[in-house]
Design a protein around this ligand. Structure first.
Ligand code: S3P
Length: 169
């Protein structure tokens, strides 16, 4: 069985994913880390040197590879992974797997992301919290339809890592 964690940047996919893997004694893969180690570059370097379209192409290729090769694994996807190409179909068609959407509100995402935007090329240019709120709101409007195709949704606002992990289990 594999579990895919889906959600916007800053929704806690990696933190919850590694906790869940620890509790369930599963393997854990952070998909951004997987891409970085395959490409031998950080996500920011890939965006900078090759552009977003290249990133979306390799994201799709590595997702197929990962789905074929893994079992008993918690996989934290990138925030955009389910929203491009046939990625959401691949996730849904992948055997013995469940997808879980970690849903967080715009104010909470803004607070988290404003302080750690450096490693995230899509938001690195945003200067104020007001702009960040507007950007996330628009982006979520475009992406929610994909996120909502997950098998389950967990509302994460005001919940501890332990509470969210427990709820998923
Ligand atoms: C992206 C999210 C990032 C990373 C890349 C693009 C997105 O992952 O894949 O910067 O399109 O939302 P995280 O959600 O882990 O930050």
């Amino acid at each position: 069985m594999n579990f895919f964690l889906i959600g916007y940047m800053g929704s806690g996919k990696s933190t919850i994913g590694s906790k869940l893997a620890q509790v369930l004694d599963y393997n854990f893969i952070d998909f951004d880390d997987y891409i970085q180690s395959k490409e031998k570059k950080t996500i920011s370097e890939i965006f900078q040197s090759k552009g977003e379209i290249y990133f979306r192409k390799i994201e799709n290729i590595y997702l197929k590879e990962l789905i074929e090769d893994t079992t008993n694994t918690i996989i934290s996807l990138g925030g955009g992974t389910p929203c491009y190409g046939n990625n959401m179909e691949l996730i849904k068609a992948s055997k013995h797997s469940k997808s879980i959407y970690l849903k967080a509100s715009i104010p909470i995402l803004t607070e988290r992301l404003f302080n750690e935007k450096g490693k995230r090329p899509l938001i690195a240019h945003i200067d104020s919290k007001e702009e960040m709120v507007e950007f996330i709101g628009k982006h979520l409007f475009e992406r929610t339809n994909y996120y909502n195709q997950s098998d389950a949704t967990i509302l994460t606002d005001n919940k501890s890592i332990e509470e969210i992990t427990e709820k998923i289990i």
